[in-house]
Design a binder for this molecule. Structure first.
Ligand SMILES: Cc1cc2nc3c(=O)[nH]c(=O)nc-3n(C[C@H](O)[C@H](O)[C@H](O)COP(=O)(O)OP(=O)(O)OC[C@H]3O[C@@H](n4cnc5c(N)ncnc54)[C@H](O)[C@@H]3O)c2cc1C
Length: 402
């Protein structure tokens, strides 16, 4: 069991014990024995999730149970878990204030609180999710509803939405659609169905090389796409979705038989309303060093930051070492010199056993790992996502070794 206690000063406080917070804590403890017992991880959650597998759980390819661990089991030894939520930042006095009104002082702060899912920004969504053909992979609680809808689909219209806000894993809204198409073909209902990707964004993907490949997938699968249409309301009883046409501001009503919703997302409210936020609400960090732009002893990592790249666990795998290196440099009185280049990756599942592995940087240039064209759909890359990456996550990234 990790140590828990009521101390109120720590050398390093890490806010959030998700992918970013745990991997940074583990790496810090590996790199510096001095930090043993001096790092607090503040997180109220009792469970930790490997969210990238929710895409496959929603398609019935894995059980959602394999994505969940006890939070206590992932806290690295040498770190202290403070099981509470941070409610406020007080960077002027180097402190965070928790929901239970405890003030925790720090020398250095790492903010890794993830993204906020704004379920209530789509009218009727909270009331309908998990019912009336409405499902979402964006929550452990509802991911089974996606699989229920896909496997019981009898034909008709299946809509897959994508909001006009940043989301975690920009490719996930479409991956589940390709899997659904594949399943509908196997279950014999595809010829009686239409599949529509209705997105608040302007294109299928931001990097041309992968967008071209995905366009071919969409044509092959005969999927209809509609861009610049943002979901604003679900009328569950009537099985109707209301979208706003972002070019004309007109409302467009679309009937559906099933709808996979990706809700709008934003920075967590307690960051948005704090002195650490940029004008758009995200944690305001330097895009290369990940150091806060105004408070030098504060760093940010992962989905809660304003880094102009796609928010993924793969991005965190490259951000974590930069934060750790720069934090250790600062502690020993040196300049922060380590730089993050915006690397991120999106394993674009295009069917059961098929995957395009997109990897790119801040300039939207491909930054591929393997010596072959990763824009081709491959079985080997699907295996990498389903079998290898989860192992690398639990046994490597969360242990601070990769
Ligand atoms: C359906 C889906 C598919 C995805 N697919 C992929 C993929 O294929 N590849 C990939 O790399 N990534 C993928 N991702 C994205 C990836 O899971 C996230 O980018 C990653 O988990 C973000 O890590 P994080 O630490 O920033 O946030 P999280 O892992 O979400 O952790 C945030 C933590 O902060 C805690 N927290 C929040 N508020 C507070 C507070 N006030 N006080 C204290 N603690 C707080 C939370 O309890 C949580 O434990 C996917 C995500 C989803 C949902």
């Amino acid at each position: 069991m990790p140590e828990q206690n009521q101390r109120t000063h720590y050398k390093i406080v890490i806010v959030g014990g998700g992918s970013a917070g745990i991997s940074v804590a583990a790496r810090l403890l590996r790199k510096s024995r001095d930090l043993n017992g001096k790092i607090a991880i503040v997180d109220f959650a009792t469970k930790h999730y490997y969210q990238p597998l929710w895409t496959l759980a929603g398609a019935g390819a894995v059980s959602k149970d394999v994505t969940e661990r006890e939070e206590a089991a992932v806290i690295p030894s040498g770190a202290i878990w403070v099981q509470d939520a941070v409610a406020e930042f007080s960077p002027g006095e180097n402190a965070v204030i928790t929901a239970s009104r405890t003030k925790l002082y720090y020398d250095y702060l790492v903010v890794a609180a993830g993204i906020q899912i704004d379920w209530d920004k789509v009218k009727g969504l909270k009331e309908s999710i998990g019912k009336h053909g409405v499902c979402s992979n964006y929550s452990y609680d509802y991911v089974d509803s996606t699989w229920d809808n896909i496997r019981h689909f009898k034909g008709g219209t299946a809509i897959f939405t994508n909001p006009n806000t940043p989301v975690k894993c920009g490719g996930a809204p479409q991956k589940i659609m390709y899997l659904a198409d594949d399943y509908f073909r196997k279950s014999g209902v595809r010829s009686q169905s239409s599949i529509r990707f209705v997105s608040g964004g302007a294109s299928i993907f931001g990097v041309k090389k992968y967008a071209d490949a995905l366009q071919k997938v969409i044509e092959r699968k005969q999927i209809e796409t509609q861009f610049k249409h943002n979901l604003i309301e679900i009328a569950g009883e009537k099985k109707q979705a209301v979208f706003e046409n972002l070019n004309t501001n007109e409302q467009v009503v679309m009937p559906y038989d099933m709808i996979h919703v990706v809700p709008p997302m934003s920075a967590p409210d307690f960051i948005k309303h704090s002195p650490l936020a940029a004008s758009d609400g995200w944690l305001d960090v330097d895009k290369y060093t990940l150091q806060h732009k105004r408070f030098a002893n504060v760093f940010g990592v992962g989905d809660c930051t304003n880094l102009p790249t796609s928010k993924t666990g793969a991005a965190i795998r490259k951000q974590g070492p930069v934060v750790v290196q720069n934090l250790l440099s600062l502690i020993s009185g040196k300049q922060v010199g380590s730089k993050y280049d915006g690397y991120t990756s999106c394993p674009l599942v295009t069917g059961y056993g098929k995957l395009i592995l997109a990897e790119f940087d801040y300039d939207m240039n491909p930054k591929e790992t393997f010596p072959f064209d990763q824009s081709r759909e491959r079985r080997s890359m699907y295996w990498l996502k389903k079998e290898m990456l989860p192992l690398m996550y639990w046994k490597g990234m969360l242990k601070g070794t990769m």
